[in-house]
Design a protein. Structure first.
Length: 245
């Protein structure tokens, strides 16, 4: 065991306590670094969200190459007969769904349009009324985004391949929605602008927690590591007379 005397005190840490301190401090530092990287990543996403609001680009042809949250303008016909309800979506603390409606573009591609949030009716057997009068060719603007992703696979529920419409689904993959519709879909979706017609509650926000929140969590983890180190030093220091006994 290491023993270092300073004045009337001796620093004599035990190996078990030292090992436990090293392991926990290493874990706390790693968690802090992870949260800091998440904050940097979230800051980039929030910056992209802000940049995407500048102007609506005309249909670029390839949605997959667009920056995240870029606003675009597309024209096509809404498919009012085949809609999806994304389950487990909340707004202002209330449960509900987001409505996905296919938009058949003039060149044959099909883009899913997120028309916004509708409240849960209180009964699983009674879905909200999301009927839409097909208005013919329309021009819509909104932000390009990806489908919401579940934190755990247990939260996923693909849509039924048969049955009445609209079909309820939770954190689906694009391929599963395409199979339910019976034709290919664009790889990303369109978050319909709040001022655009044919929608519901559309209060789009940057994804996830704020970057500052992640950075503050990182500082907290590092604070835990520093506190644990101080505790280890204090508990490992004794008066020399006590150590001698």
């Amino acid at each position: 065991m290491v023993r270092v005397a300073f004045g009337r005190r001796v620093f004599a840490p035990s190996w078990p306590m030292t090992l436990l301190t090293v392991l926990l401090c290493s874990a706390f530092v790693a968690l802090g670094r992870w949260q800091w990287r998440r904050g940097d990543h979230r800051a980039a996403e929030w910056a992209a969200f802000a940049r995407g609001a500048d102007r609506a680009l005309p249909d670029p042809g390839d949605f997959a190459t667009l920056p995240a949250f870029q606003r675009i303008r597309v024209s096509g016909q809404l498919d009012a007969e085949h809609q999806f309800l994304l389950d487990n979506r909340t707004h202002a603390g209330r449960a509900g769904y987001e409505v996905l409606t296919p938009l058949a573009l003039e060149d044959g591609r099909v883009l899913l349009v997120d028309r916004g949030w509708v409240a849960f009716t209180g009964y699983r057997a009674r879905l909200p009324d999301v009927r839409l009068e097909a208005p013919g060719i329309v021009t819509l603007t909104g932000r390009i985004d990806t489908l919401p992703a579940a934190g755990l696979a247990l939260g996923r529920m693909p849509p039924d391949r048969v049955g009445p419409w609209p079909r309820v689904t939770s954190y689906p993959q694009m391929g599963e929605l395409a199979q339910a519709l019976g034709h290919a879909l664009a790889a990303r979706i369109l978050l319909l602008d709040p001022q655009a017609p044919f929608g519901y509650v559309r209060d789009w926000q940057p994804p996830g927690l704020s970057p500052a929140r992640h950075w503050s969590y990182a500082v907290q983890w590092w604070g835990f590591a520093a506190t644990l180190f101080v505790i280890w030093v204090v508990l490992s220091s004794r008066e020399s007379a006590r150590v001698a006994r």
